[in-house]
Design a protein around this ligand. Structure first.
Ligand code: HEM
Length: 398
């Protein structure tokens, strides 16, 4: 099978599930002559590749374009042992105590958002709730005020995320580079100040930037470029992804009223429900590795330094791992559900996963509590870029 799979096609973007099932069955490894890259669909193959960091590197970045060699390797673009040091420098910021501590503030923020529209009887779930919530979280994480910065972050992250898969929209690549430079200009003085505080023996604070500035991993400190790269990446990694998780949750509940009724009757299924939404409709279809040596994938000879896409969304529909994978069912057992690859796998597995789950749960709980009779408002506009799977506008009415 050659170009039977076109990642950028409207058909695939609108509803990836059927294509994933077809490729899993008929063509588990694919090379696109049109776009030049390879795709891996089966769960076991994706897992083997991401676990073999010697052969399959992250150094050219998770996106479809080759990250420039002069850009410092940061976290998702770094291989062990550099990656191991960087991850250790930030892991504390994502521990369960820190995340639990964010919940009351997050709940209050979600309620402020609801206050703004509850009397109107309608909202655009995506723009009014699912976009601001992750941006608020990231501002808090990085220690910059949301009220002053939320809007500018919103415009940056949209183009940055879009540029991860932008072969079909070359103008987006340029905008992505501009946004990256603007983010760097914004964060450089903030990070420099934290580094100066550390040098002067002062405490730069416990937000993520402060934590990175004072991190000392076996005598190694993070550089300004690494911290900058991390701030840029975090903005993109943690925002649109979570926006789409929240949007996909409400979309799937409205499209499967029996599942919504089940969750209302058994609220203890919330964890499974979120995990099933993640499995069924992964916000990120897939991300890339690059092979350090020529490899064979099925009957494809893959030359060194090829871009190979791990299709997380397809691995989630693999019948070898998930029974009846094309059925949306929140009653699945949590142990199996947690095998979903929506947050990736191996050393780069998403460090923000608990945070994304928390954000989704708090939004669902608060909207369900205050607007229990919400219904589909009839307007759904798809997310306009191929990087993410979800909606850009989604009206709810009550
Ligand atoms: C539903 C929401 C999210 C999804 C679907 C998602 C997805 C992913 C995926 C697939 C990876 C693996 C990348 C790879 O292997 O190349 C990843 C890594 C990462 N994510 Fe997330 N993510 C989400 C939310 C978040 C949040 C909320 C944050 C932080 C605020 C975050 C921060 C990160 C970071 C820092 C990494 C890199 C980890 C490493 O390389 O060690 N993500 N994410």
């Amino acid at each position: 099978m050659k170009d039977d799979f076109d990642f950028y096609s409207e058909d695939f973007q609108a509803n990836p599930g059927p294509t994933f099932s077809r490729m899993l069955e008929k063509c588990p490894f694919h090379h696109s002559e049109k776009w030049g890259w390879y795709s891996v669909f089966r769960y076991a193959d994706v897992k083997n590749i991401v676990e073999d960091t010697e052969t399959y590197s992250a150094k050219f970045g998770p996106g479809v374009d080759y990250a420039p060699a002069d850009r410092p390797a940061v976290l998702v673009s770094a291989d062990p042992p550099v990656h191991t040091i960087q991850r250790r420098a930030i892991v504390q910021g994502f521990n369960s105590r820190t995340i639990r501590a964010m919940e009351p503030g997050l709940r209050a923020f979600v309620n402020e958002l609801i206050d703004d529209f509850i009397d109107k009887g309608r909202c655009d779930l995506i723009q009014d709730v699912a976009v601001p919530v992750p941006l608020w979280i990231i501002c808090n994480f990085l220690g910059v005020p949301y009220a002053e910065n939320g809007e500018r972050f919103r415009s940056w992250v949209e183009v940055m995320a879009a540029s991860v898969f932008s072969q079909d929209k070359p103008e987006v690549q340029l905008k992505g580079r501009d946004a990256a430079m603007e983010i760097a200009a914004f964060f450089t003085p903030i990070i420099q100040e934290k580094m100066e505080q550390v040098a002067a023996g002062e405490d730069p604070g416990d937000n993520l930037l402060g934590m990175m500035a004072k991190a000392d991993i076996d005598g190694t400190q993070l550089t300004l470029e690494e911290m900058l790269g991390f701030a840029q990446f975090l903005l993109v990694a943690g925002s649109g992804t979570t926006t789409n998780l929240i949007g996909n949750f409400f979309k799937l509940m409205l499209d499967h009223p029996e599942q919504r009724a089940k969750l209302e009757a058994q609220p203890e299924l919330m964890e499974q429900a979120i995990e099933e939404v993640l499995r069924f409709d992964a916000p990120v279809h897939g991300l890339f590795r690059t092979n350090n040596e020529p490899v064979q994938l099925g009957d494809l000879d893959v030359p060194k330094d090829s871009k190979i896409c791990m299709m997380w969304g397809a691995a989630n529909r693999d019948p070898q791992v998930f029974e009846d994978p094309n059925t949306f069912e929140i009653g699945r057992d949590l142990y199996t559900l947690r095998k979903n690859m929506t947050f990736g796998w191996g050393v780069h597995k998403c460090i923000g996963a608990p945070l994304a789950r928390l954000e989704c749960r708090v939004v669902v709980e608060e909207i369900s509590r205050r607007i229990p009779k919400y219904q589909d408002g009839g307007r759904r506009v798809a997310y306009p870029y191929a990087t993410l799977n979800g909606l850009d506008h989604f009206d709810l009415v009550w």
